[in-house]
Design a protein around this ligand. Structure first.
Ligand SMILES: Nc1ncnc2c1ncn2[C@@H]1O[C@H](COP(=O)(O)OP(=O)(O)OP(=O)(O)O)[C@@H](O)[C@H]1O
Length: 388
């Protein structure tokens, strides 16, 4: 369903991450090892499993995943509507998971604007009263300023001329625009939107999405749960959830032909290994055992020169894989791979059996990896021939 767009999305993410390093620490939302387990009649159920996530100020992030993958639970951890069973949630300098109920309500009212799929405007209040409500609740601004500000926000979403109507008198798209104005009432840095366009026709959904884009341009940080792959493609970053875990963005990039279920399977089975700069990961001539996806840093691929020394045949970075040739041929390694002397590397590793299980599940992935292996092999032979 989401095939084809991982590559573009993840490339944008990579560019963004580099930007973040250049600009120093711009992290606004930080989840550290967050897990959430619900007690159910059938026993404990883990909805979020060791989630670690950083979102920078000004990012527009789509949260994607199948129904039940944990998207709403994740949003609730960030808004403080629900608390993690373990792990930590920091928003700016605030340790959200440590706030008591009354501190939480005040903190949330000032820092997070929430937009729901079904708008949730209070039916007995006019539109302008609905937008004033969060300011009243948090005692922000003077009463007169509250009215002026609510009118200004309604104007921003194109609804000022209907300010005194009741919600029932306007369309769904208009109600959602008012709900966005309400979310902006206390000028929070973060907007959390749970399927904000899920109940709108596509034209209205586009207008609401464009409104979010404008808010990001104005400096807001937005996390939006969506099932709409077109929208997910247009944001700065997509976070994919599968069975309560975040699918590593580089794993998604490397295996972009897999379904969300299959990516979830990879995340459950892959082990993470870290290699120091210059460490040998696999050696030419040794039996092939594992498949590797680079999730951090770079590697060098090289072959032995018949007269001694080595011939470098490739450099690979995050989002690339290696180790496939020996596994596909059920043979030995045709080249050696070592972690870059500059960056070292981190890899997600599947063993031989897991690799073959995956290819049996996804014919397209088998086809793509086969082709890459073929091209790489030809490239290595050519590099070898020209070095002799
Ligand atoms: N209060 C709860 N008690 C028990 N189980 C819960 C509770 N809240 C959520 N769950 C379970 O946790 C899992 C994740 O739920 P969540 O609502 O986060 O998924 P989702 O990805 O947002 O799904 P959807 O797209 O359908 O809204 C689901 O299996 C759900 O049944």
């Amino acid at each position: 369903m989401f095939k084809g767009w991982f590559q573009r999305t993840t490339a944008t993410v990579a560019a963004h991450v580099e930007g973040a390093y250049r600009n120093g620490n711009t992290t606004l939302i930080e989840l550290r090892n967050v897990s959430k387990t619900f007690e159910t009649a059938a026993g404990p159920f883990t909805a979020l499993d060791s989630i670690t996530l950083n979102v920078d100020r000004g990012e527009f992030v789509a949260i994607i995943g199948k129904s039940g993958s944990g998207k709403s639970t994740l949003m609730n951890m960030i808004s403080g509507i629900d608390r993690p069973t373990s792990g930590e949630v920091f928003i700016g300098d605030t340790a959200v998971h440590t706030l008591n109920e009354s501190e939480m309500a005040v903190w949330r009212g000032r820092n997070v604007g929430i937009v729901f799929q079904f708008f949730q405007l209070l039916p007995a209040l006019s539109l302008v009263e609905n937008v004033m409500l969060p300011m009243d609740f948090c005692a922000m601004f003077t009463p007169r300023e509250r009215h002026e500000r609510a009118m200004m926000l309604l104007d921003q979403v194109g609804m000022a001329d209907q300010a005194h109507k009741l919600p029932a008198a306007i369309s769904g798209g208009q109600q959602q625009r008012v709900a966005i104005a309400r979310a902006l009432a206390n000028n929070p840095p973060i907007i959390l939107a749970d399927e904000p366009t899920g109940n709108l026709d596509s034209k209205t959904a586009q207008q609401v999405f464009a409104l979010f884009e404008r808010l990001v341009d104005q400096g807001k940080t937005i996390l939006m749960v969506t099932h709409d792959s077109d929208m997910a493609r247009r944001v700065s970053r997509a976070v994919i959830l599968a069975d309560g875990r975040i699918v590593n963005e580089y794993v998604a990039q490397a295996l972009s032909t897999l379904t969300l279920d299959q990516l979830g399977w990879v995340m459950r089975h892959a082990e993470t290994h870290t290699y120091a700069p210059g460490a040998i990961i696999l050696k030419q001539g040794e039996p092939a055992d594992n498949f590797y996806i680079i999730t951090k840093g770079e590697v060098e691929v090289f072959i032995d020169h018949p007269d001694g020394g080595e011939i470098i045949v490739n450099h690979l970075s995050s989002g690339a894989y290696f180790g496939e040739i020996g596994l596909l041929r059920e043979g030995c390694r045709t080249a050696s791979v070592r972690a870059s002397f500059v960056t070292g590397c981190e890899v997600a590793v599947l063993d031989r059996q897991e690799f073959h299980t995956l290819l049996a599940e996804s014919e397209t992935t088998r086809h793509v990896i086969d082709r890459v292996a073929h091209e790489r092999d030809a490239h290595t032979r050519a590099a070898e021939a020209s070095a002799l």
